[in-house]
Ligand binder design. Structure first.
Ligand SMILES: N=c1c2ncn([C@@H]3O[C@H](COP(=O)(O)OP(=O)(O)OP(=O)(O)O)[C@@H](O)[C@H]3O)c2ncn1[C@@H]1O[C@H](COP(=O)(O)O)[C@@H](O)[C@H]1O
Length: 115
C-alpha cells in the first residue's frame, strides 16, 4: 500500500481547479459547486451503506473509495486537504470514543439529542 496516495490524489485535485470541465470529471464537480459535490458525497454514502448491508466486500471497498474520493473533492473545494482530517484522527488516538463524546457534551450542554 502506498501511504502517499491521499496526498498524491490531493495534488491532482488541486491541479484540476483550472481544468476544463469537459475534459476532467473533477473539474466538472468543481463547476457544480459545493451543493453538487455535497450531493455526490451523500449519494456515495448511501451506496456505501447499501453495499455493507448487502454483505458484498468488493462492492463495499468500491463504494468507500468513491466516498473517500468525493469527500476529498469536497475538502479541496473548501480549501482543505486530507492532512487536516488525518491530523484530526491522529489527535484522537488514545482517546476513547465514549470519553470524547462526554467531553463534547460538556462543551455543548444545549445539545440534548444524546447523539
Ligand atoms: N479517484 C478518482 C475517482 N473515483 C471515482 N471517480 C468517478 O466518480 C464517478 C462515480 O460516480 P457514479 O458512480 O455516480 O458514476 P456516474 O453515474 O458516472 O457519475 P455522475 O455522472 O452521476 O456524476 C465516476 O464517474 C468515476 O469515474 C473518480 N474520478 C477521478 N478520480 C481520480 O481523480 C483524478 C482526476 O480525474 P479527472 O479530473 O477526471 O481527470 C483521476 O486521475 C483519479 O486519480
Amino acid at each position: 500500500m502506498n501511504d502517499d496516495t491521499l496526498a498524491e490524489l490531493a495534488r491532482v485535485l488541486e491541479a484540476r481547479k483550472g481544468a476544463d470541465p469537459d475534459s476532467s470529471y473533477v473539474a466538472g464537480l468543481y463547476h457544480k459547486g459545493v451543493d453538487g459535490i455535497a450531493k455526490k458525497v451523500g449519494e456515495e454514502a448511501t451506496e456505501t451503506v447499501m453495499a455493507a448491508k448487502d454483505g458484498d466486500p468488493d462492492a463495499l471497498v468500491h463504494e468507500v473509495a468513491d466516498l473517500w474520493f468525493h469527500s476529498l473533492v469536497l475538502l479541496a473545494q473548501q480549501g482543505l486537504g486530507p492532512e487536516a482530517v488525518l491530523a484530526e484522527l491522529r489527535g484522537r488516538f488514545g482517546l476513547s470514543g465514549l470519553e470524547e463524546k462526554a467531553r463534547r457534551g460538556e462543551g455543548h450542554q444545549s445539545d440534548s439529542s444524546g447523539e
